[in-house]
Design a protein around this ligand. Structure first.
Ligand code: 0O2
Length: 212
């Protein structure tokens, strides 16, 4: 059986996560400094764990030497938005970029998963300039609201704890929570303008204090 050199395999993906984090966080920071509304609330990133890569490879019958070609979410960033309405704006931001190419999009917001999972996924190809030369690295960008993320993070922990077999009773309650998160997003949308105006005012006050 082929032994995988994880350090060597994961290095370009780690570098990709770092660069994507920097780029999207800078965009958000720039908007705030210019006083322009930022559809990005926060950005996080992660590298898929070796155990999770091997589990996915096994489940999808991908041989170890095809992992780099076929597993597209080893590098992943997550862009969180305050409001559902911000999500299409972030999607457009990603589509328009010249430093990455979108190759696939999965809309689990319109097509909610049976689990109750809602999120928008974009698979990109990112050109990375390493010490050994240029390499195109696949990465997944997940875009979702804070409410969608609260639910997904909790459900993910339970799925991990129960090795994918969450007891039915818990699944039912999770479904209720997913509906509650959906309603929270709907309710927040109705007072969006009020909230964003208040936040803009705070931003201006903070900038004024910072400039004193
Ligand atoms: P992680 O972050 O690696 O620990 P799949 O067969 O689902 O693994 P596919 O077809 O590539 O793979 O993917 P999909 O469904 O577009 O994206 C998979 C990722 O989306 C998952 O990665 C989760 O981060 C998220 N996701 C998809 N469905 C659900 C769901 O029902 N609940 C939650 N909480 N997250 C989901 P990993 O590998 O699970 O996670």
């Amino acid at each position: 059986m082929e032994i995988i050199n994880w350090k060597e395999l994961l290095y370009p993906y780690a570098q990709t996560v770092d660069e994507l984090l920097l780029k999207f966080r800078s965009l958000d920071k720039e908007c705030r400094q210019l006083g322009i509304y930022s559809p990005i609330d926060s950005v996080t990133g992660r590298l898929k764990r070796p155990a999770s890569i091997l589990e996915k490879a096994g489940r999808k019958q991908i041989s170890p030497d095809r992992i780099e070609e076929e597993i597209e979410d080893i590098a992943g960033i997550r862009i969180l938005c305050q409001f559902v309405e911000d999500i299409p704006k972030v999607i457009e931001m990603v589509r328009k970029r010249k430093d990455m190419t979108v190759i696939e999009e999965r809309d689990y917001i319109t097509n909610t998963k049976p689990s109750g999972y809602r999120s928008y996924h974009m698979i990109i190809r990112y050109p990375l300039f390493t010490a050994l030369g240029e390499k195109t690295v696949p990465a997944e960008i997940q875009i979702r609201t804070n409410a969608m993320n609260f639910w997904a993070t909790a459900e993910h922990s339970l799925r991990y704890k129960y090795s994918g077999n969450i007891p039915q009773d818990l699944q039912d309650r999770l479904k209720n929570c997913a509906e509650a998160a959906f309603h929270l997003d709907q309710e927040m949308a109705t007072i969006r303008e009020e909230i964003t105006n208040a936040q803009r005012l705070n931003e201006i006050k903070n900038n004024l204090v910072a400039n004193i």
